[in-house]
Design a binder for this molecule. Structure first.
Ligand code: NAD
Length: 269
């Protein structure tokens, strides 16, 4: 998709962090924006900034809510025209404990949120036949497990697999698929995840989570900026690239995992 000017992009989790970085880059390229997020104040702030660059509409949406998603999609297309770029970016990352409540929360947003975006917009794109592009935000943690927690890794591996499979299916229909696999990016994801995450069981757990939030946020502060990631996403959409890495942090881990996979193959006859 070389010329993005005049197209409409729908970005979930677009009011802050990486989603906002993507919005800024798209806006500078002349793309009209629909920004969906669960956090209303950030939506107001994002709109007042982005309106200086492009036509923008904002929507309060929980990506887990399929009915609301469909009405927001209708509203978006009525106001901004057909959506041909979809960025399934909303996500959460936080300290978790192995309970159904936490599985449902994290997979509900990080995986089902992506599925809901695809189920909402893909049939419309296919029906119109004008091509398009889908960007799913996974993580480096979707390529190699370790360090980010079982639930986060599970959700992000699923998003990588989904994206690879979807790309193959959509290639003949002129819809590209990219999967964004960031390393550390300077955002407040862990703090922001508190809006919806299950409550701590007691004061001690709450204190432990606060310490983890502080530690992870400090690590992410040394990462790349969301604006830089936004530019990388813009380039990947233009060039229809599958994988979008934001740094080389995962290099040695990807090599080690690939080697382990290959070493585990049975000997050839
Ligand atoms: N920051 C990093 O280092 C990093 C690394 C790898 C992957 N990621 C992924 O990037 C994506 C964006 O994260 P970020 O770092 O920009 O965090 P962020 O918290 O700055 O942005 C995420 C946005 O999603 C919104 N959101 C959360 N739950 C939602 C829901 N149910 N419905 C709609 N919106 C919701 C939040 O309000 C927030 O504005 C996530 O999928 C995350 O897993 C981030």
């Amino acid at each position: 998709m070389e010329d993005l000017k005049g197209r409409t992009a729908f970005i979930t989790g677009g009011a802050r962090g990486i989603g906002l970085g993507i919005g800024r880059a798209f806006a500078r390229a002349g793309v009209k924006l629909a920004i969906a997020d669960i956090e209303p104040d950030s939506l107001v702030a994002a709109k007042s900034e982005l309106v200086n660059l492009t036509v923008v509409e904002t929507f309060k949406l929980d990506v887990r809510d399929r009915e609301a998603y469909a009405s927001v999609a209708d509203e978006t297309e009525a106001r901004l025209g057909p959506v041909s770029i979809l960025c399934n970016n909303a996500g959460v990352g936080a300290a978790t404990r192995l309970t159904y409540e936490f599985w449902d929360w994290m997979l509900g947003i990080n995986l089902n949120g992506v599925i809901n975006g695809i189920q909402t917009f893909l049939p419309r794109m296919l029906e119109r036949g004008g091509g398009g592009h889908i960007v799913n935000t996974a993580s480096g943690a979707g390529l190699v497990a370790g360090g980010s927690g079982v639930m986060y890794d599970t959700s992000k591996f699923a998003v990588v697999g989904l994206s690879e499979a979807l790309r193959l299916e959509l290639e003949p229909r002129r819809i590209g698929v990219s999967v964004l696999c960031p390393g550390p990016v300077r955002t407040n994801i862990v703090g922001n995840s508190r809006i919806t995450q299950p409550a701590a069981r007691n004061a001690e757990e709450s204190k432990t989570w606060e310490a983890i939030t502080e530690q992870v946020t400090a690590q992410l502060a040394r990462g790349v900026t969301p604006d830089k990631v936004g530019e990388m996403v813009l380039t990947a959409v233009k060039e229809n690239r599958l994988y979008i890495h934001t740094d080389r942090v995962m290099e040695k881990y990807i090599k080690a995992r690939t080697k382990a996979l290959l070493d585990a193959l049975p000997p050839s006859n």
